[in-house]
Design a protein around this ligand. Structure first.
Ligand code: 2BA
Ligand code: 2BA
Lengths: 141, 141
């Protein structure tokens, strides 16, 4: 299991394809990012650039922290900031031809891992949930 | 691995003991809960009652959703609500003498699992992180 390539059939099906991943661009204003985060219900989502390359990730907590300085959150100030000013560039990524063991190792400290193609473009995401589901199926046998 | 009891030495060390778990009580006001959530940095934390029994869990998103109805978040209204009015009671729990397989199964759809003693009092939490770290150690051999 550990050494199978993540593009083996069984594991490839686990990946959430890029078209189903909620994401924002680094040049988007923060009010747009907060809207996408609240609507999707996710804690954190990937940030891509215009060429679909992974730049980092952004979370609701980061957006709220950046402007929570005063008692009220001033929603109108959100539009003046860009995602790139608040996001973290520390997001785990791996290549589509690497092993399941690598995805498992990265998922220990990160809720999701971004999967990249040969030209480093974003092709999908591996979540802790899908990794745990596969392991549970394998241990069960 | 799957059938070992979660209180086997190796697995017991994985559990975060209750004194290290950030939590609130169901009777606490929401402004207190938001403060604990923001200070701890966690997405969601357990809610206990006065007898240290698990009542549910509460997240930043739930608190913000409950009052986001208008443009500005009115911080002063937070004090008027109780945690019990906003929390979700759907939180996975298991008994300290159950198996690792059960903790793994519950962690597929939940970021953490609450561990209870014979009298159902809260003794600690198993996180996806600790489950993935143990699996990675075992698969490595
Ligand atoms: N709408 C929903 N339906 C069913 N279950 C839901 C759900 N939203 C959250 N969950 C559950 O809660 C876990 C934590 O979600 P969270 O949003 O904190 O953290 C998520 C989120 O930050 C990100 N993520 C997952 N799916 C995504 C997607 N389609 N687009 C963008 N980000 C995604 O990856 C993290 C880990 O996801 P994972 O699935 O392992 O783990 C998820 C899943 O088990
Ligand atoms: N201060 C910190 N230091 C290092 N890494 C950190 C961290 N805060 C978060 N992380 C990383 O981010 C993951 C998701 O954290 P989150 O707060 O969304 O979701 C957390 C949080 O809701 C809860 N949790 C974890 N530890 C807790 C504690 N001591 N008290 C209360 N709740 C806790 O369990 C969920 C899953 O935790 P898990 O460790 O599997 O997964 C954590 C961990 O890998």
């Amino acid at each position: 299991l550990k050494d199978s390539k993540i593009m083996d059939n069984e594991i490839k099906e686990l990946m959430i394809p890029h078209e189903k991943v909620a994401h924002v661009q680094s040049t988007n204003p923060l009010d747009h990012a907060l809207l996408v985060l609240i609507k999707s219900g996710y804690t954190a989502i990937p940030v891509l650039d215009t060429e679909y390359k992974v730049q980092g990730q952004i979370s609701k907590a980061q957006i709220l922290d950046s402007i929570l300085g005063i008692e009220r959150i001033e929603m109108e100030r959100l539009h003046d900031y860009k995602v790139s000013e608040v996001m973290t560039s520390k997001v785990p990524r791996m290549h589509k031809n690497e092993t399941f063991g690598k995805a498992l190792m990265l998922s220990i400290n990160h809720p999701f891992v971004c999967i990249e193609d040969h030209d480093q473009s974003f092709i999908g995401m591996m979540t802790r949930r899908s990794i745990l589901a596969l392991i549970h199926r394998h241990l069960g046998r």
